[in-house]
Design a protein around this ligand. Structure first.
Ligand code: SAM
Length: 290
């Protein structure tokens, strides 16, 4: 069962109260898949975004500078992902006290002992799965909601699972508040609170899967819910030192084969652990299970 709006009104109010939503502008023009900002200069980018998206120049400047840095480091390498990065207001998905630093390279705390992943890692992981319009994408680890918002600028079919209930509720309330302000692309995001180890069977199979918490193996249910020809990115390795693997599920001669490559060519990247639900409680992790 899809639960895009799984909050009751009172739960939504309580969750949004936990992350004060600043009174920010509404989006002045309707979203269009055919429209995107200029990428050639900060001035023309900021002007377009102010006119079309009603966003604040100080955050837009920081976004554009990070964009140029990411293109230079080959974290973004084709037009659709470049547009998606530039269109996604990362400064809406952090703690208010972090707005001034949210375009720096680091991950940042979002409360509940978890983090919003750094922009370069988000850009490289998302570019690696090469999401095309209309493809079905599953994200494990909704966290701040930034990654799913970015995905909704690439396709109109996004599913995301978060294990921490109050965080899942807070982020759903944030997505809904942003939709009400005119970010209608976020209507494509389907959310639920659950243990993402088991994927989202009823919504699958998926063209692409992106896992944003670290584990020491590829969860078999996720591989099973990935279409043949599909691509998954997943941080795999010991606690705090994963390698981000690109996993391609292929069929050759009637046999399913899984091809893996490291998107950072050997450099470990730490992720928060892939935790486990027992009943309603988070207890330990899925490490060591096959
Ligand atoms: C690095 S953080 C969030 C990154 C997120 N994609 C974003 O844009 O902010 C990883 C998230 O994975 C969640 N998580 C950990 N284990 C999980 C599980 N078994 N199922 C679903 N989410 C899980 C954590 O609670 C955390 O919110």
């Amino acid at each position: 069962m899809q639960r895009r709006r799984f909050l009751t009104l009172s739960a939504a109010a309580a969750a949004s109260a936990a992350l004060p939503l600043a009174a920010r502008a509404t989006v002045p023009k309707p979203y269009s898949w055919d429209a995107g900002p200029p990428m050639d200069s900060a001035v023309s980018f900021i002007r377009w975004m102010v006119e079309n998206r009603g966003e604040e120049p100080r955050y837009l400047r920081a976004r554009f500078e990070r964009f140029q840095n990411m293109v230079g480091h080959v974290d973004l390498w084709e037009a659709r992902n470049k547009r998606a990065f530039l269109m996604t207001p990362r400064d809406e998905f952090c703690l208010p006290s972090d707005r001034g630093v949210i375009y720096d390279v680091n991950y940042h705390s979002i409360g509940f002992g978890v983090t919003i992943t750094g922009p370069r890692v988000v850009g490289r992981m998302t570019s690696s799965i090469d999401v095309k319009m209309g493809e079905k994408v599953l994200e494990i680890g909704t966290g701040s909601g930034y990654q799913s918002a970015y995905l909704s600028n690439l396709t109109d079919k996004v599913w995301t699972i978060e294990i921490i209930k109050p965080l899942a509720e807070r982020t759903r309330a944030l997505h809904d508040a942003l939709i009400a302000r005119g970010y209608t692309e976020f209507k494509s995001i389907n959310s639920k609170q659950a243990d993402g180890y088991y994927g989202w069977q009823e919504a699958g199979p998926f063209d692409k899967i992106i896992v944003t918490c670290g584990i020491d193996h590829i969860p078999p249910p996720l591989l099973q819910q990935l279409k043949t020809g599909g691509i998954m990115v997943i941080p795999v390795g010991p606690p705090g030192a994963q390698h981000i693997l690109k996993v391609v599920k292929e069929e050759t001669g009637g046999q399913i084969a899984v091809k893996r490559s490291d998107i950072y060519r050997g450099m470990p990247v730490p992720f928060v652990p892939f935790t486990k639900l027992e009943g309603d409680n988070i207890k330990g992790t899925h490490f060591g299970k096959r």
